[in-house]
Design a protein around this ligand. Structure first.
Ligand SMILES: [Zn+2]
Length: 179
């Protein structure tokens, strides 16, 4: 036993308490309150000085599936990411190039020597879709719109890549937890 006036180190807990099965099975605001009380009481019974809610504040009764730390944070960002996809607008894969052509008309400026002035520029968008390479001309007045679509597609690829990266991390963490 400690002498009555000896300095004491107070005890507390950190981290999350496992979500009770009955809360996960029938989630409601009341069940969440009850579960929080249970967590506090368990700590009091164990003699913990500074009790915590065992991070039950993160439990979302509307999304009982989301109670892990990672799910919690990913869940918060989910809406943002979905919105970005919606706002990307029209998309086009590939890249834009321009070219100058020579025609078949005899004596045309495009065959002048020494300074030929070929026709153009003509714009072309080239892309691979489902393994097939396609290349098509783009009317000059549509070049700006196609450029915007190409940029949107690049953003989509970046977002998808970031998303897959998060999914990989999430899968890895989940496996660690269940190991
Ligand atoms: Zn010509």
């Amino acid at each position: 036993m400690n002498p009555p006036n000896a300095p004491r180190i107070l005890t507390t807990t950190v981290g999350s308490y496992p979500v009770p099965d009955w809360l996960a099975a029938l989630p409601s605001e009341q069940a969440l309150l009850d579960a929080t009380r249970v967590v506090f009481n368990l700590q009091r019974q164990a003699g913990i000085d500074l009790t915590t809610d065992g991070e039950l504040y993160r439990f979302d009764v509307n999304h009982p599936d989301i109670n892990g730390m990672i799910e919690y944070f990913v869940h918060k960002f989910g809406g943002v990411r979905r919105e970005k996809l919606v706002w990307l607008g029209s998309l086009h894969p590939g890249s834009l190039s321009q070219q100058y052509n020579v025609c078949g008309k005899p004596g045309c400026r495009c065959k002048a020597r020494p300074k030929p002035r070929r026709h153009g520029p003509y714009y072309k968008v080239s892309y691979v879709f489902r393994g097939r390479f396609t290349s098509q001309f783009v009317p000059r007045q549509e070049v700006a719109a196609v450029c915007a679509e190409l940029a949107n597609y690049k953003r989509l690829r970046k977002l998808t890549e970031a998303w897959v990266g998060l999914a990989l991390r999430l899968a890895k963490e989940k496996r660690k937890l269940s190991a």
